[in-house]
Design a protein around this ligand. Structure first.
Ligand SMILES: Nc1ncnc2c1ncn2[C@@H]1O[C@H](COP(=O)(O)OP(=O)(O)O)[C@@H](O)[C@H]1O
Ligand SMILES: [Mg+2]
Length: 403
């Protein structure tokens, strides 16, 4: 049962968003920041949707679905009081004023949380479909780490498989507008478009931006067009690309169930995604760590040391896939040690003669390759002794900058 809130205790402030049927405000309720959705109950369809949204949303208790705190009424306006997610919608994050960078790992964590929330809706005793999954309806909190699904305006019981054509066209599965049929697999389609958007950071079908674009998009999707996979960021894992393709498949039956997507993304979060990063070693030396696969499919980590004095040095390590996440820290530690040696040698050499410099360079290279060997040996040892080693390694690489 939804708690009835005395409207006099709710204080409304800024507007967070306004849709076709409602306005969402920031507010304070019982000394807590809240989001308050206000509906004009005089309009019959709005009233019906509001009742449905409140009913459905208050039934759900999941970490990736926005929580309802209560409802209130003030004359002809109805209010839904919800927990407030400080960092606003994913849409605002992706396209807002502060265009902050995010890693591919972060994108996968967001997608995972969305998949988890949706899988929960689809697998409840009384399954629900959301019918309006898009970045505007996904909200972020906890320094952009937590993602929750909001806006149950169009959500409905899965037993009702009729589409009422009110979702957003960019995210609407072809069967939803063509056959007016909406199932859990139509949510999967919308999710697939969002996953693409997270990896491409651009609006789907952006090039159709013209007055008649809604119809242009519907026609394109009907003709089999989808957001292009080659527009995704270069570090997007291959598995994610394949997942996008499967999610937006023409045939709903061929799209994976949400639970499978949740499990896939969960595994990806757990094993870690190799993200390129720069390690600043000192003011003269830094290491650029990048990942790639060689022609046989073996995953490799490449470390380029850049020094203000002297040539860059490159090292390449194979990564044992199964152990990749765990041994990475040890390898990084070893490479950091090697580069520190390089930096030290180089600095000393700079004060010496040219001959000294050359010698130091040689030393440094020897040091580096020694450390690389050590790295490999350490790696093997670390496989047996990972927990302790990783912790120590993490401490040592405290200066690591991820971007
Ligand atoms: N719980 C919340 N916390 C923070 N912002 C929210 C919350 N709920 C909604 N918003 C913001 O308000 C906007 C509109 O809310 P939504 O429920 O999607 O309304 P509409 O049905 O009008 O689309 C969202 O896009 C988001 O920016
Ligand atoms: Mg919305």
């Amino acid at each position: 049962m939804v708690e009835q809130v005395n409207f006099a205790e709710v204080f409304l402030s800024d507007t967070l968003g306004a849709g076709a049927c409602a306005v969402v405000h920031k507010g304070i309720y019982k000394a807590q920041e809240v989001a308050v959705k206000a509906y004009n109950l005089q309009v019959q369809t709005v009233k019906k949707n509001a009742e449905r949204e409140i009913q459905l949303l208050s039934e759900i208790d999941h970490e990736n679905v926005v929580k309802v705190l209560g409802t209130a009424r003030d004359g002809k306006t109805g209010y839904l009081v919800m927990e407030y997610l400080q960092n606003g919608s994913l849409y605002d994050f992706l396209y807002g004023i502060d265009q902050w960078e995010y890693t591919v790992g972060q994108a996968v964590r967001w997608a995972f949380q969305c998949a988890k929330g949706l899988a929960h809706l689809h697998s409840r005793e009384r399954p629900l479909v959301h019918r309006d999954i898009k970045p505007q309806n996904l909200v972020l909190d906890n320094q952009f780490e937590t993602l929750k699904i909001t806006d149950f305006d169009l959500a409905t019981d899965m037993s009702n498989n009729r589409s009422d054509m009110r979702g957003s066209v960019r995210y609407m599965a072809p069967e939803a507008f063509r056959d007016r049929k909406y199932t859990d697999k139509s949510d999967v389609y919308s999710f697939g478009i969002v996953l693409w958007e997270l990896m491409a950071r651009s609006l789907p079908y952006e090039h159709y931006e013209n007055i008649g674009n809604q119809f242009a998009i519907l026609k394109a999707v009907n003709d089999g067009e989808r957001p292009p996979l080659d527009a995704v960021r270069s570090d997007c894992p291959e598995g994610i690309k394949q997942m996008i393709e499967r999610c937006v498949h023409e045939d709903p039956e061929k799209r994976p169930p949400m639970k499978e997507i949740e499990d896939f993304l969960g595994r990806l979060c757990e094993t870690g995604i190799d993200e390129d990063f720069i390690e600043v070693l000192d003011e003269d030396t830094y290491a650029v760590v990048t990942y790639h696969e060689d022609s046989s499919g073996q995953k490799m980590m490449r470390v380029d040391f850049w020094r203000s004095l002297g040539e860059p040095i490159r090292m390449i390590f194979p990564i044992i896939k199964r152990e990749a996440g765990r041994i990475e820290e040890v390898i990084v530690r070893e490479t950091v040690r090697a580069a520190e040696d390089v930096g030290r040698e180089t600095a000393r050499a700079a004060q010496d003669t040219e001959r000294e410099t050359r010698r130091a360079e040689k030393d440094a290279e020897r040091e580096t390759s020694r450390a690389a060997h050590d790295g490999e040996r350490e790696t093997r040892r670390a496989v047996q002794d990972v927990g302790r080693e990783s912790k120590r390694a993490i401490k040592k690489i405290g200066k690591k900058l991820r971007f």
